[in-house]
Design a protein around this ligand. Structure first.
Ligand SMILES: Cc1cc2nc3c(=O)[nH]c(=O)nc-3n(C[C@H](O)[C@H](O)[C@H](O)COP(=O)(O)OP(=O)(O)OC[C@H]3O[C@@H](n4cnc5c(N)ncnc54)[C@H](O)[C@@H]3O)c2cc1C
Length: 388
């Protein structure tokens, strides 16, 4: 049977009626730009003033998009998803930390997550952000090629050691590390680190993935270049493909600082490069492991079509799909039902620390024409089917 993402019974099987109604309420609210913007601003303010809004946030937007505040809470969500053949990318989603003490504190949390994941059947991935282990300004400085002071060189060495410790632990535990991509103006040191980690740990197996944001017009070429480098270095390229989450910020900065925007001129160009990247990776599966991180149904269908045409098994060990927890369950659960390796990015962490993550989710779910329209339509369809 051809793959379809329309089956809402499969998509929402893991959600009880109450959860489905909550999702309906949230996506309806987020579809209004006014409600979404005001809601998130007020939440941020209330949290910074220590007003008692945590429990409200936790019961609403937090439970829709996050697995819990601790690894133990996230474990319960993960166990539910395992019943449906859905894997987890367990994402300690604390952002905006800038001190050495914070970075040193984050490291054991990640090591604990990797070691815990190794004891579970359905947690093959641990995503990391290099900004969780390095000062943003330091990354910016390295990105533009400024000379580092002695102290900064030592600071960077500590960053490399933290990332190496994480990747080394993952290699030992047979887990996989996804190095997220963030702002383009810090990406060079992130790419360099990812390449170094892949060269060290991806010999014959895939432990580390770098992320390619296809909303950048230079990334398709960069993907191919990374592939050639991996071939020359005799390691497997781990390629996590996303469109990119910082478009407005990227365009604004480019305009303000008067340099050409790194972002594609339009959505069609992003889609074209995303699909070309998927096809490229599927053409080189002996040398590339691909992680297709998207909520775009057409891109997932295209990947499925190419795999069928090539006679690849849906469970190919070098092909992984993934969606964010709380979004596009119709894609995730229907892919799992069809035997694909598919995971949910499952963020966890203290409510106040995952607010930047939740802000991005609210922002990307605010356009009624796009994802939210589709999401709401599916939820309504399932509510009707259940007679709610
Ligand atoms: C599992 C997973 C992991 C992720 N990890 C990362 C990560 O590490 N780094 C990161 O930056 N993002 C990450 N994201 C978010 C991702 O980059 C997208 O923001 C999000 O998934 C929406 O894109 P889409 O492919 O799902 O779908 P779509 O809804 O088809 O595409 C929306 C995206 O298209 C692009 N776009 C929209 N309008 C335009 C335009 N006018 N011109 C050019 N491009 C346009 C933007 O990137 C926008 O986010 C991740 C997403 C998933 C599912």
């Amino acid at each position: 049977m051809p793959l379809s993402f329309d089956n809402t019974e499969i998509a929402f099987k893991y959600r009880n009626d109450k959860e489905l109604k909550r999702a309906h309420f949230l996506f309806s609210s987020m579809s209004s730009p006014f409600l979404s913007k005001t809601g998130m601003k007020l939440t941020q303010l209330a949290m910074s003033w220590n007003l008692p809004v945590k429990s409200m946030v936790k019961k609403t937007i937090f439970s829709q998009f996050c697995g819990g505040e601790t690894i133990e809470e996230a474990a319960q969500t993960s166990a539910t998803l395992e019943k449906y053949g859905v894997d987890i990318a367990l994402d300690y989603s604390v952002e905006g930390k800038e001190s050495e003490a914070d970075f040193d504190q984050a490291l054991p949390e990640f090591i604990r997550a990797i070691e815990y994941a190794a004891t579970q059947k359905n947690i093959p991935f641990i995503p990391i952000k290099v900004t969780g282990f390095a000062r943003f300004a330091l990354l910016e400085k390295i990105h533009v090629g400024d000379t580092l002071t002695e102290a900064e060189l030592a600071e960077w060495k500590r960053v490399e050691q933290r990332i190496d410790q994480i990747c080394g632990t993952a290699a030992r535990c047979k887990s996989m590390i996804l190095i997220d991509a963030e702002e383009s103006w810090i990406q060079q040191p992130v790419d360099d680190l990812a390449d170094a980690m892949m060269a060290k740990y991806n010999k014959g197996v895939v432990v580390v993935f770098n992320t390619f944001q296809m909303y950048r017009h230079d990334r398709l070429d960069y993907l191919k270049k990374s592939h050639q480098e991996a071939k020359a270095g005799a390691y497997i390229l781990g390629a996590k493909l996303v469109r990119g989450a910082y478009m407005e910020k990227e365009r604004k900065r480019a305009e303000e600082q008067g340099y050409p925007s790194p972002i594609q001129p339009d959505k069609e160009s992003t889609d074209r490069d995303y699909d070309a990247a998927v096809a490229y990776c599927l053409d080189h599966l002996n040398e590339i492991a691909v992680f297709i991180g998207t909520h775009n149904e057409q891109s997932c269908l295209l990947a499925n079509e190419i795999m069928m045409r090539k006679g690849l098994k849906s469970s190919d060990s070098h092909v992984f799909f993934s969606q964010l927890y709380g979004m596009s369950d119709n894609i995730t659960f229907n892919l799992a039902d069809a035997g694909y390796h598919v995971s949910k990015y499952l963020p966890y962490g203290p409510v106040k620390d995952v607010i930047p993550y939740l802000m991005r989710r609210a922002q990307e779910n605010t356009s009624v024409a796009g994802q939210t329209g589709r999401e709401l339509g599916l939820i309504k369809k399932e509510m009707k089917r259940r007679g709610l």
